[in-house]
Ligand binder design. Structure first.
Ligand code: GDP
Length: 293
C-alpha cells in the first residue's frame, strides 16, 4: 500500500538526515521533494498547494533548524499535515432509524457490490443483522453477484421484481421489518460514466427511503477521475461519506489524500482486498502511518 509515495517521501526525509546542522536551503529542498512526491501520487493540485503551505511554515521554524534530529522533526510535521488532509478523526456510521438504511452508490466497477457484502460482514461482526438489497436492475449480473456473495457469507439478499428499483427498495424495507433486520444495505445501479438517468433514479430512491447513510464507493486506482466523480455525486446526492476501495493494489494515494478536501465529506471505510472481510473503518492516523511506512 502506497509503496511508491512512501519511497518518494523517504527521499525527502533523507535530505535532512545524517547532517550535523541543516540550513533553510536543506529544508526547502526537502519540501520540494515532498511536493513532487504528492504530485506524482496524483494528489489534487489544490490539496498539494495547501499541504505544502502548511508544512513549509512549520518546517522553517527554529525547532527543525536547531534540532539534533531535523529529519524526525520534519517527518512529524508531514505526518500531522497528512492526518489533517485525511480528516483528523474517523467518522463512524450514523444509523439512527429502525431499520437503518445504507445506500451504496458509485460508478460501475468501483467495487460497489463487493463493498455491500463487505459492509454487511463488518456490521454483523458488530452484532447487527443486515439485509442486502440488489437494486441494480440494469446489470442482471450485479444481482446474481450479490446473491452469490450473500450465499458465500450466509447473509440474506432481497431481489424483488428485478425491474423497478424504488419498488424493490420499498419491498425490501417491509421484508426487513418482518425478519427483524436492523440494517438494510442497498446496492444501487452504477454506470461507466455519470449520466442524468442514473442520478434521477438514485434521487428517487433517496426520496423514497430517506437513507441514514449514502456512501459512495470509489476506486483508488482511478486517481483524480474518481475525485471528480465524487464531487459530482456529492453535489447531486448530498453524500454522507465514501468508501475508497482497492487500496491493496498499487494505488498511488491521490484519491485518499484528496477526496475529503475536495468534497468536504469523510472517508468512512477503506477496501483492502477482494475478500468479504477486506474492509476496514478509516482512521486518518493509521493511513498516515502506512503512507510514511
Ligand atoms: P461494482 O460494479 O461497483 O459493483 O463493482 P464490483 O463489486 O463488481 O467490483 C469490481 C471488481 O473490483 C471485482 O473484481 C472486485 O472483486 C474488485 N474489488 C472490489 N473491492 C476491492 C478491493 O478493496 N480490493 C481489490 N483488490 N479488489 C476489489
Amino acid at each position: 500500500m502506497f509503496e511508491n509515495l512512501q519511497e518518494k517521501l523517504g527521499r525527502a526525509f533523507k535530505l535532512l538526515s545524517g547532517k550535523g546542522r541543516i540550513s533553510e536551503k536543506n529544508i526547502e529542498d526537502a519540501v520540494k521533494q515532498v511536493k513532487l512526491s504528492l504530485l506524482e501520487a496524483d494528489v489534487n493540485y489544490k490539496v498539494v498547494k495547501e499541504f505544502i503551505g502548511g508544512i513549509t511554515e512549520k518546517a522553517l521554524g527554529e525547532e527543525v533548524l536547531k534540532s539534533f534530529t531535523p529529519d524526525q522533526q520534519f517527518i512529524k510535521i508531514v505526518r500531522d499535515e497528512l492526518i489533517k488532509m485525511l480528516g483528523e478523526k474517523s467518522v463512524p456510521l450514523k444509523l439512527s432509524s429502525q431499520p437503518s438504511k445504507i445506500m451504496m452508490v458509485g460508478l460501475q466497477g468501483s467495487g460497489k457490490t463487493t463493498t455491500t457484502a463487505k459492509l454487511g460482514t463488518l456490521l454483523r461482526k458488530e452484532g447487527r443483522k443486515p439485509l442486502l438489497v440488489a437494486a441494480d436492475v440494469y446489470r442482471p449480473a450485479a444481482i446474481d453477484q450479490l446473491m452469490q456473495l450473500g450465499k458465500q457469507i450466509d447473509m440474506p439478499v432481497f431481489t424483488g421484481d428485478r425491474k423497478n428499483p424504488v419498488k424493490i427498495v420499498q419491498e425490501a424495507m417491509q421484508q426487513a421489518v418482518r425478519n427483524i433486520n436492523d440494517v438494510v444495505i442497498l446496492d444501487t445501479a452504477g454506470r461507466l460514466h455519470i449520466d442524468d438517468a442514473m442520478m434521477r433514479e438514485l434521487k428517487e430512491i433517496v426520496s423514497a427511503v430517506k437513507p441514514d447513510e449514502i456512501l459512495m464507493v470509489v476506486d483508488a486506482m482511478t486517481g483524480q477521475d474518481a475525485v471528480n466523480s465524487a464531487k459530482a455525486f456529492n453535489e447531486a446526492l448530498e453524500l454522507s461519506g465514501f468508501v475508497v476501495t482497492k487500496l491493496d493494489g498499487d494505488a498511488r494515494g491521490g484519491v485518499i489524500l484528496s477526496i475529503r478536501h475536495v468534497t468536504g465529506k469523510p472517508v468512512k471505510f477503506i477496501g483492502i482486498s477482494e475478500k468479504p472481510d477486506g474492509i476496514e473503518a478509516f482512521h486518518p492516523d493509521r493511513v498516515a502511518g502506512r503512507i510514511l511506512g
